[in-house]
Design a protein. Structure first.
Length: 324
């Protein structure tokens, strides 16, 4: 057994994410033409650089902001109740929204705040029930108003997902191509194509996916990202932007269902079924719809926390957390 200094670990996480947020502010200035030096540095340091077109903080994709803020920081606050984590989470979420990081952070923020409200309130009291219902209404209406004023959302609503946005069409194709491969090959749907074989699955379903999107009125052949998937370079990294599509394609639906059963057994064995667990699971289930990284620590942190049985415990600054 190793002893983890809980306060020290939290402090490191908070500092790291505040540094990332500060860099995001500098990137925001670069996007608006006020910090050309930041653009110069970003182009030479960041492997996947979006500056000066988009704010990305220190993440590989601007769309990954929600995964960090709500997949890591918000659950970290739930089970530690650290005020500095709550301040960081809210600052990051609203700061990213104000800086126009993307549509996804707007949707993620609405979903996450709804779940935060459910976790925070005690439904045994009428007052808390009324506050929760009112809060859900305010968050839902407010979030809808903000999103409907976003140009990308307006375009998607007016033209549909296949014609309303370049990125949305590419994401849809990345899901549809493997799904077409599943339909044509039930053995691989059940048992998977194998780790690292997403490229083969997408190649098998490529033609059918193009036909399906064309039938919907889209123009997939005019999308550069989709064309690249048709004949990718040998070293081109293939991904689908969805953990579910990745997992089913590589491991098969049977292995995925077995993984879900094992996760539920892990929660039951550790006596961790409660409101926070359910909300945390719902949040992760939502976030991984548009995130494909198996190694990202949101899911693994959930599994670890459930195993340590530390729900609802307050931790003083000098307390140690036992971890295997």
């Amino acid at each position: 057994m190793k002893q983890l200094d809980w306060a020290y670990a939290i402090r490191l996480v908070v500092i790291a994410y505040w540094v990332s947020f500060g860099i995001g502010v500098l990137e925001f200035l670069a996007v608006h033409g006020h910090a050309p030096a930041i653009t110069w540095i970003a182009r030479r340091i960041l492997k996947r650089n979006y500056v000066p077109n988009h704010v990305q903080f220190l993440f590989a994709e601007p769309s990954y902001v929600g995964m960090h803020v709500f997949g890591v920081l918000m659950p970290l606050y739930w089970f530690t109740k650290r005020r500095q984590v709550a301040i960081l989470t809210l600052s990051y979420a609203f700061g990213a929204a104000v800086m126009g990081v993307g549509v996804r952070i707007l949707i993620d923020t609405v979903v996450a705040l709804l779940l935060w409200l459910i976790v925070a309130e005690n439904f045994h009291r009428l007052r808390d029930i009324i506050i929760t219902i009112a809060g859900l209404g305010v968050i839902g209406i407010g979030g809808s108003v903000v999103m409907l004023r976003n140009p990308r959302v307006e375009s998607l609503l007016a033209n549909g997902p296949v014609n309303g946005d370049f990125s949305a069409l590419a994401r849809l194709f990345r899901t549809l191509a493997p799904a077409e491969a599943w339909k044509a090959d039930w053995a691989h749907f059940l048992f998977g194509f194998g780790i690292g074989n997403l490229k083969d699955a997408i190649a098998r379903g490529y033609g059918a996916a193009v036909q399906a999107l064309t039938a919907m009125g889209g123009k997939p052949q005019s999308n550069e990202e989709i064309r690249l998937l048709g004949n990718p370079p040998g070293d081109h990294y293939i991904f689908t932007m969805s953990a579910y599509v990745d997992a089913i394609t590589e491991f098969g639906i049977l292995m995925c269902l077995a993984g879900v059963v094992l996760l539920f057994m892990h929660i039951t064995r550790n006596g961790a079924w409660n409101k926070m667990t359910v909300c945390w699971m719902v949040l992760l289930a939502y976030l991984y719809i548009q995130f494909e990284g198996y190694a990202f620590y949101a899911l693994w942190m959930f599994i670890w926390v459930v195993g340590t049985r530390i729900y609802g415990q307050k931790r003083d600054s000098g307390e140690q957390l036992s971890a295997s």
